[in-house]
Ligand binder design. Structure first.
Ligand SMILES: C[S@@+](CC[C@H](N)C(=O)[O-])C[C@H]1O[C@@H](n2cnc3c(N)ncnc32)[C@H](O)[C@@H]1O
Length: 350
């Protein structure tokens, strides 16, 4: 079912043109842009962050500020939230929306992978909690000129950080056929990756592919026309391109390690992902940090540190309730995982 709807991974299924459920929530966030973003799993985020009065929290993907707002409201303003986003436009909308909270919420245009640098510069040594809500926001996805979606014809851009040079169009026209096929396979888990890559290369010899509509047509030609009962054939190609353009998976595991390093004992890291590639990385890293082995090698060859630094709070990923899925289709593919930091230096886990 989830394939039918809009997800943070940029997936827009055939029936998702009806976006009404996205604009009908009490949590909706539009920052005046007219395009809504409804934060997912808000109650669950608060439950797992378990925020405390006077705490310092990082919202590493502040987006349009929906989760940050819920957090500051829960603590009735007695909190400091550092909100990060690499997207200047989203950050500006968050700034407007969160202005009423004054310096309780401080926003920074930053890639969360640079968190250690930012915290060092700002002089923060210990945090009470960190939230990461990965992927793109509905605002980014539904703003046509950002070029994330194939639902409207627009420049093939897909950069979250528009200061970055390389766009999706650049990738599309510069990569070799083999590189394109690998990209589609690895980041889109696209089974027709070779066929699509071949068609892209053939097409771009006629004219460069610089628009979302053009790419969509090329993928349809290489695969099959859209069918109402299946996800659109361009879905996985668009997801793969977006992940590549924004380097979304690179360094995610290192970020998790750094983030845990900045938590005080008892502090929590909560992460929401929207596709299996990200969820796999999070799950594995949490497992490793909880002192377990992830390498499947015989004990003598295993190099996993087996040092317990966190307690995993979510044995299975937390998913949205039926009620939330009905109200906010984007929540259908959300998976939340959380850990709590434990005192360092405990015995190795057997
Ligand atoms: C799903 S949205 C977050 C929505 C937000 N939680 C809210 O309630 O409005 C994801 C956001 O993360 C940002 N983002 C993705 N990767 C990032 C990164 N590496 N560093 C900073 N921001 C990132 C995107 O620009 C986007 O605004």
């Amino acid at each position: 079912m989830k394939k039918w709807f809009l997800t943070s991974a940029g997936v827009v299924g055939a029936r998702s043109l009806s976006l009404k459920p996205m604009v009908a929530s009490r949590d909706q966030t539009n920052g005046g842009s007219g395009i809504e973003h409804t934060p997912v799993l808000v109650d669950e985020v608060l439950f797992y962050l378990d925020p405390r009065l006077g705490g310092i929290y990082v919202d590493a993907t502040v987006g349009l500020g929906g989760h940050a707002r819920a957090l500051v409201e829960r603590l009735q303003g007695d909190v400091l939230i550092l909100g990060l986003d690499r997207d200047a436009e989203s950050l500006e909308l968050a700034r407007q929306r969160l202005a009423g909270f004054g310096d309780r919420v401080r926003l920074h245009r930053e890639n969360f992978k640079n968190l250690p640098l930012l915290l060092n510069n700002l002089g923060y040594r210990e945090l009470d909690g960190i939230l990461v809500d990965l992927g793109v926001s509905a605002y980014q996805l539904l703003t046509p000129d950002r070029g994330f979606s194939f639902q409207e014809d627009a420049p093939l851009d897909m950069r979250m950080d528009r200061g970055q040079k390389r766009t999706a169009a650049d990738l599309m026209n510069e990569l070799s056929e083999e590189e394109l096929a690998d990209l589609l396979f690895q980041y889109g888990e696209e089974r027709a990756s070779r066929r699509i890559a071949r068609e892209i290369v053939r097409e771009r010899q006629r004219s460069p592919i610089t628009r979302t509509g053009h790419l969509r047509r090329v993928v349809e030609r290489a695969t099959h026309p859209p069918m109402p009962w299946r996800i659109h054939p361009a879905t996985r190609t668009f997801q793969a391109l977006r992940i590549a353009v924004n380097d979304e998976l690179q360094g995610l595991d290192e970020f998790i390690l750094n983030a845990v390093g900045y938590l005080r004992t008892g502090g929590r890291l909560v992460m929401i992902s929207f596709h299996s590639l990200e969820d796999r990385i999070i799950k594995q890293k949490f497992k490793l940090l909880s002192g377990l082995c992830i390498c499947d090698l015989p004990a003598l060859l295993c190099k996993c540190p087996r040092q317990k630094r966190v307690e995993v709070l979510t044995k299975k990923p937390v998913e949205a309730s039926q009620e939330e899925m009905g109200r906010n289709p984007r929540s259908r593919s959300a998976k939340l995982r959380a850990v709590q930091k434990v005192p360092f230096g405990g015995p190795p886990v057997e």
